[in-house]
Design a protein around this ligand. Structure first.
Ligand SMILES: O=C(O)CCC(=O)C(=O)O
Ligand SMILES: [Fe+2]
Length: 219
């Protein structure tokens, strides 16, 4: 499979993304990701789910990690640059990281991401991706790869106001090509129960929150 060299973001897209991130704390971009790349990533997620080469996702990191199906029901696989499609996606994120650092002085130094497969019935309750005081994940990203997502299939991501967490401000259908990002420690969001299998990559630009010479653990 080959992808056009220009599958990365255009200057206009990056500027719109940065403006929206500053103004609202989030950005939603339909039809941003290259269709051939989305198709390859969709195949990879679905293949991994079928072969059961993904792990049940939990909440909390390190020793606090636990499985909580009442909170989130997806299975994940951390990106490892194993396939061309993964490398293309990560290259696009590396470019975005440079642009975010250049415009917003965020000091992002790393990007971590996992495939996510939500089987029918799965959801992810309202949460933040990072907690204040452990300011490691700064900007969250989600890329969606599902072709022809029906209107009644559920599985939307709901974004809530960063100053009023009960106020819904946007609802995103996980349609192939859509790319979303938001401030990880400020913007509450949730994944509504999906009625059909749902494929995505969730990723985070991180700041180095090392303290006392102890490198902040990634996951
Ligand atoms: O898949 C999505 O729409 C969002 C997933 C999410 O919130 C997460 O993995 O932290
Ligand atoms: Fe999240």
């Amino acid at each position: 499979m080959s992808y056009p060299d220009s599958c990365h973001f255009s200057a206009t897209q990056v500027n719109t993304l940065i403006d929206s991130l500053v103004e609202h704390g989030w950005f939603i971009g339909p039809q941003i990701l290259d269709p051939a790349l989305c198709q390859a990533l969709h195949q990879e997620v679905m293949g991994r789910a079928e072969q059961q080469s993904m792990n049940r996702a939990g909440i909390g990191r390190g020793k606090d990690h636990e499985l909580r199906e009442d909170i989130r029901g997806d299975a994940i696989h951390w990106l490892d640059r194993e396939t061309l499609a993964q490398r293309r996606y990560l290259d696009a994120m590396a470019e975005l990281q440079l642009a975010l650092n250049a415009s917003l002085y965020l000091g992002l130094f790393e990007y971590e991401a996992h495939f996510a497969h939500y089987p029918a019935g799965a959801f992810y309750r309202r949460h933040l991706d990072s907690f204040r005081g452990r300011a490691n994940r700064v900007v969250s990203t989600v890329g969606y790869f599902n072709p022809d997502w029906p209107r009644d299939a559920g599985g939307e991501m709901v974004i809530f106001d960063r100053h009023d967490p009960d106020r819904e401000v946007a609802r995103v259908s996980p349609e192939a090509g859509t790319f979303v990002c938001f401030l990880a420690e400020q913007v509450p969001h949730e994944v509504l129960p999906t009625r059909q299998p749902r494929a995505s990559i969730a990723g985070w630009f991180r700041r180095n929150a090392s303290l006392g010479g102890v490198v902040d653990p990634a996951r």
